[in-house]
Design a protein around this ligand. Sequence first.
Ligand code: PLP
Length: 412
Amino acid sequence: MELKKNKYSIQGVPVTAIAGEFGTPVYVYDAAKIKSQYERLAGAFPGVKLKLKYAMKALGNISIVKYLRSLGAGLDAVSIQEVQIGLRAGYDPKEIIYTPSCVDFAEIEEAINLGVTINIDNIAILEQFGHKYGASLPVCLRLNPHIMAGGNHKISTGHIDSKFGISILQKRHLLRVIDTYNIQVNGLHMHTGSDILDAEVFLKGAEVLFDFSREFPTIEFLDFGSGFKVPYREGDIKVDIEALGKKISAAFKQFEQDYGRPVELWFEPGKFLVSEAGVLLVKANVVKTTPATVFVGVNSGMNHLIRPMLYDAYHDIVNVSNTNGTRRVYTVVGYICETDTFGWDRQLSEVHEGDILAIRNAGAYGYSMASNYNARLRPPEVLVYEGKPHLIRERETLDDLLRGQHEMDFEE
Ligand SMILES: *Cc1c(COP(=O)(O)O)cnc(C)c1O
């Protein structure tokens, strides 16, 4: 979203016009931004065979999933339903890596039958896998290198208390199981969390995967997961992707040489690709002065964007209806019966009831974590592609909410 001539726009389309056409609240995504983020990451690793597997849990609309395929991405799926959507979006099964956590073995069998790359994250499941498939099918192992990383305990996954991955401390046990069943390991994976700032964390994790690779002669790829941070507020440190890419590529090339055969380098970015591409447009319903502050109450809430309440996430908010009014301090809140604050003490250009506010950086974990709490309808999604807004999901209706509910009748 760019500010030009006092108007915020996406690819030249004023966001107020999008709000006018599709109503509010509405999620709007900028395909050009997704593309530039994709290309920036894809171009940052010189001299290695890089594959980017889009982590579709960040933003799972099938049109977005298809768009990323058109750019050349593979897919990281964390549930069988994501696998199914990925296949429907046209991904080659081999380009989909299925990384479940604590699922039933039956779901893994289903994914195997669909032909996707399987990533296993605990020894108990690996034993079942070995028993049933032995050497007939290669598998990737999700390791937990126990590296503390990530912006927030809730989103870091590498620490010792984390449920994710096979602990590197279980190496002896792991190798025993693999030997017993003659399991063919074709990849090693780690994902230590979100919002990682520096290359050192990736490099530390990489060392662990390099080291483990020595145990397995048939490695085809190493998957370093994700965690690429995006700037949420003005002045946030930006990750220097190019510098990070150079460092990791150098280490990787050295590893490939030592390993003695070609290996692919995989990442699974979610947030980095789609977060900044998205805004949630909402309407100011009321401006309410209390003894403590001035609230702007908007026609959306934590049911549509839970990150501020769940992760204390900061999302920049701008008044797109009034771009150069007097700046005043507001607390922007939602309409849910629950404390649902989008932002405390924000300086916004003076807000009038009916103004459209844009909550920025809402592409990742926005719609995909939305719910119907308070029996509210989820908003539509719009993708701006080649200068035109396209509706890629309709606003829900009351019928959608009631669908599947069985209405019992009771005597009065
Ligand atoms: C969530 C997740 C990702 C994506 O993380 P981002 O911070 O959105 O880039 C990648 N890999 C796995 C296994 C995940 O669970």
